[in-house]
Design a protein around this ligand. Sequence first.
Ligand code: ADP
Ligand code: NA
Length: 340
Amino acid sequence: AVAERVFSGVQPTGNLHLGNYLGAIKRFVELQNSHECIYCVVDLHAITVWQDPEELKRHTREVTAAFIACGIDPKAHIVFNQSQVSGHAELAWIFNCVARMGWLNRMTQFKEKAGKDRENVSVGLFAYPTLMAADILLYRATHVPVGEDQKQHLELTRDIAQKFNTDFAPSIAAYGHGEGYFPLTEPLIAGPATRVMSLRDGAKKMSKSDASDFSRINLTDDADAIAGKVRKAKTDPEPLPSEEEGLKGRPEAENLVGIYAALSDSSKAQVLKDFGGGQFSAFKAALVDLAVAKLGPIGADMQRLMNDVSAIDAILADGAARARALADQTIRDVKDIVGM
Ligand code: ADP
Ligand code: NA
């Protein structure tokens, strides 16, 4: 049997934070034990909104450094930068001609990101999901770890794979590619504890783009910065409950307990067993210690890696060469199938 293959990407848009770690990169690390993994710094996605060219380069290296500092092994798996493998853009164009306008019009993330200014956003922002489908299907990935926010895009990826397989069924068969050329990629959905919310507002997710630096813990924050942000994190006047039930309607408390649980590979229930009934100040002190212990080494490693630009670029060049070998085969097959 063919190994199960995972593909996922992170945009090089700066400010990598605890949410990116717990919701994405930590899981990428774990999947290395069970899957063949391809992890991509998706700069073609990033430029769907304006990026300063120098910042984009710096952020591409920053995400690469984060992948490696968090424990992704670029030799055993593949770590690379999307724009270095031309197959992503090529396959995305073909998928633009497979996907239907109606499908893309239903994408809720576009509606959120475009807001009221729909006439003035890039065409790329609208077509973003077809590029994501190309990223995944270029490697015929069987599984994609996704957050809730990306579920709809993965369904679109499956719709595109299905329509391609159906539209071109005779030539797929004639070229000896069996029933369907593209797999119907399955999501690996993370548990609820992995949605990390802003430290300033329990109703908003922790985000790279939040204007307040106190809303997120960045992966490059040092111990003092982490301590300051956790101490200032919004809470409520009640003590911590001893059972999960008691977190209902207390989003800020629930978020901090969830972060503690995720960082300690434990559960909210267990965290509340240990800290329930106590004051927030004691719990926050323990959370600071835990966060510093887990993130401190990652931040230090990221800084060290980012200081060696040529080493990072060499890792990306090696990853791109190995990704390209897989991608080129798919592009050759697809051109054959489509009649090019
Ligand atoms: P952001 O949403 O901050 O702009 P990205 O869109 O580049 O970051 O997301 C990179 C990865 O991190 C995605 O898999 C996304 O689901 C995950 N992620 C982003 N923010 C959070 C969060 N607050 N909690 C959990 N996972 C998150
Ligand atoms: Na996101």
